[in-house]
Design a protein around this ligand. Sequence first.
Ligand SMILES: NC(=O)c1ccc[n+]([C@@H]2O[C@H](COP(=O)([O-])OP(=O)(O)OC[C@H]3O[C@@H](n4cnc5c(N)ncnc54)[C@H](OP(=O)(O)O)[C@@H]3O)[C@@H](O)[C@H]2O)c1
Length: 320
Amino acid sequence: MEQIELGKSGVRVSRLGIGTWAWGDGLYWGYGRGYGAADLHQAFDETVRAGINFFDTAEVYGMGKSETFLGEFLRAAENAQNAPIRDGAHIATKFFPLPWRLTRGQVVRALRGSLKRLGLQRVDLYQIHWHTPLVSIETLMDGLAEAVEKNLARAVGVSNYNADQVRRAHKRLAQHNIPLASNQIEYNLLQRDPDFNGVMETCRELNVTVIAYSPLKYGVLTGKYSPANPLPGARGGQFSTAYLAHVQPLLVELKRMAEKYDKSIPQVAINWVMQRGALAIPGAKNLQQARENAGASGWNLSREDVEFLNELTVRVRTTR
Ligand SMILES: NC(=O)c1ccc[n+]([C@@H]2O[C@H](COP(=O)([O-])OP(=O)(O)OC[C@H]3O[C@@H](n4cnc5c(N)ncnc54)[C@H](OP(=O)(O)O)[C@@H]3O)[C@@H](O)[C@H]2O)c1
């Protein structure tokens, strides 16, 4: 699997990663109903087998359960192989700016909590999950810098930051001689805003890697959901049947393209994200999903087909 550097941080990770929000999260993803710990463990092992070494989690995913699972699976893999795989597995987690966390010290304290759940001495990437108006970007970046200086994080990034916020974060970290490695944002065939609101352009200009979350649009871009078969649970409330009807023509095109390449719809959707220059982190809940998503790498949509999808999705860009 091709490796890329996260910004100018010196940290190199696989060009395709995996997201673990669903690992232990019952509220949004329905953990415990239809999939459980054994499925997640198989998803992890399959991901490692496929050569993917970038795992994205957050302290709030499953209220800490996602980090705990990831730590357990890492240790089990080490024990099974009788050799440490941690140097080969790159872990990214996130600080959640809860309204009572107002100081740089709290960034470091939260990271120590994450490290404990993960069972690690340090993470490869520590990210601020969302911008908050309650704490200045400068204070949060000072906290990230302290995490690097204390050797608790190899690289630091942000998430859901707009172009101006990326500039401010980059500038403050530069005062500590630390590069802003990444900005994690929603980017997929049904969320093209970053192409038009300056975020992609700014990240390119400042050498900040774009980490594309929800590359399958929370499952909509797998092709398995439709007005007759809407998304389950809390996710269902987010996508109206009108929206699901609206995106069916795109899914028809994606199916046609998938057949042309002998791939699946999710593989085409993820491959498009990667070809747009972003590091994709699709979520997977079981072995089959992990295997299928890993198969989004190792081949490329043609430049003409990427262009075709660019054009097509600008036209279907819509609200939910
Ligand atoms: N920074 C942020 O604010 C933020 C926000 C959101 C996500 N993220 C990160 O991005 C990661 C990925 O995003 P996401 O999990 O929200 O959504 P996603 O990757 O767009 O979709 C993942 C979901 O789609 C379904 N799926 C995945 N692969 C499939 C396959 N091959 N075939 C059929 N169904 C498949 C699964 O749900 P079902 O089987 O239930 O349909 C899976 O949980 C997260 O895990 C998290 O690490 C970050």
